[in-house]
Design a protein around this ligand. Structure first.
Ligand code: RNT
Ligand code: ZN
Length: 421
């Protein structure tokens, strides 16, 4: 390690010790907290089903930067570059549409064997695996999935959900780590429906049936993700926030939790402000870390106020272990590998920053009613020498300090990505 990095570490250690913070302990907690890497940043949410089809379900990647992964092998090779430049415990988050089979296998026919190569790859790297049923980008998903009024269509998607939970169990068994499954359906309407209740009752029934049919599954946690609207489905969303929150809370289940995606609320609402309320009723929740710009645009995650506020909140609530952190964005306008690394490093960085907050001191001031000091202390630590701790942590983990990662990614672009088109 460079002399200057070590010097910086010593300086920061002293500074934070004065605030009552042990930076080594903060690094240790940060490092052991899993962050789940969404596989879909590498290929614009295409997946590897042997069937042509456009991305649907009201989500959209924008940009046409060259070099996207066209095969599972390419995607995993790109992910290996990401893994090199992002510190701490990692998981890989796969969608059902990223299966591998010689011939087309429909969503209601998927089996653990179609994900064996992903599991082998993850086990070799000691990564956990998270999973997602793909309830979009399919011939049968254009007019509702789990809430469809067409029984055959609904049965098809229930079967998909059931199979996904079994595949989740397979991943948990292969990796020895919990598999977090996220259930998100795009179901909704471009115009205001007359009957807003019936689709929700069907969605509720579908989730019930998926969970009832897979009661014996172990090692799996299930997130239910809400949304405000999708493109083309602007007026009505079946799985709205109230629906999903109501569903999760009414189940009182030890494995069903709410998923909060940063882009899935009205533009002035923030996830950081919701966590304290959710945790009044829940033991766990799943975060989809994303950056909405005026809508659910899924921009690359930046080290911005809201990301820091989210991480601060889970630290202050004492819910770092209980909160499953996953990234969810898709930017096709810049080098996709760099997009991954930038967002993932920022997510980890914000977590470390939050862990270096004098939380105990602030809580005490609040308890004593000294709101003046509470504000003064809160403001003061904002300019603490956090960057020195981050650089030391990155150096210690060998993932590149500062922009060291960028030249490696540029080289990978020249040698590999640019040859793909
Ligand atoms: C869509 C949801 C969902 C997806 C992924 C691909 O609005 O955020 O989580 O982004 O499942
Ligand atoms: Zn999401």
């Amino acid at each position: 390690m460079k002399e200057s990095i070590l010097k910086g570490y010593e300086l920061a250690k002293e500074y934070y010790a004065d605030m009552g913070i042990d930076i080594d302990k903060a690094i240790e907690i940060c490092d052991s907290t899993p962050i789940s890497i969404h596989c879909w940043q590498g290929d614009d949410v295409n997946g590897f089903e042997k069937k042509e089809g456009a991305l649907s379900g009201g989500i959209q990647t924008t940009g046409n930067y060259p070099g996207k992964a066209r095969t599972p092998k390419e995607l995993r090779s790109d992910l290996d570059v990401v893994l090199k430049h992002f510190p701490g415990e990692k998981k890989i988050n796969i969608h059902a549409s990223y299966l591998e089979a010689d011939e087309f296998v429909d969503r209601n026919k998927i089996e653990p064997e179609h994900f064996k190569k992903w599991a082998d790859w993850a086990v070799e790297r000691d990564l956990g695996i998270d999973f997602n049923p793909t309830y979009f980008s399919h011939d049968l998903s254009d007019d509702g999935t789990l809430s469809s009024k067409n029984d055959k269509v609904r049965e098809f998607w229930i079967e998909h959900g059931i199979r996904c939970r079994k595949i989740g169990e397979y991943f948990a068994q292969r990796t020895g780590k919990v598999c977090v499954i996220n259930h998100w359906t795009p179901d909704g309407d471009k115009e205001f429906p007359i009957d807003t209740l019936a689709p929700r009752l069907r969605l509720k029934d579908s989730y019930d049936r998926i969970f009832d049919a897979t009661r014996s599954v172990t090692g799996v946690m299930d997130g239910i993700e809400s949304k405000v609207f999708g493109i083309g489905l602007e007026s009505y969303t079946v799985g709205s926030h109230e629906f999903c929150m109501g569903y999760v809370m009414s189940k009182r289940s030890d494995h069903i939790m709410l998923t909060l995606d940063c882009g899935h609320y009205h533009p002035t609402e923030v996830v950081s402000a919701k966590l304290g309320a959710v945790y009044a009723f829940a033991d766990h929740c799943l975060l989809h870390v994303s950056r909405p710009v005026r809508w659910d645009s899924d921009h690359v995650v930046c080290y911005d106020d809201e990301l820091r506020a989210i991480m601060n909140e889970i630290v202050r609530l004492g819910k770092v272990k209980e909160t499953y952190i996953a990234t969810d964005y898709f930017d096709a306008s810049i080098n996709r590998v760099a997009a991954w690394i930038i967002g993932l490093r920022n997510t980890r960085k914000a977590l470390l920053n939050a862990l270096l907050t004098p939380v105990e001191r602030l809580k005490l001031l609040e308890k004593e009613g000294d709101t003046t000091s509470r504000l003064a202390v809160s403001e003061e630590y904002k300019t603490a020498p956090f960057g020195l701790v981050w650089d030391y942590y990155c150096a210690k983990k060998g993932v590149g300090v500062g922009l060291e990662w960028l030249s490696d990614v540029k080289k990978y672009e020249d040698d590999v990505l640019s040859m793909r088109n």
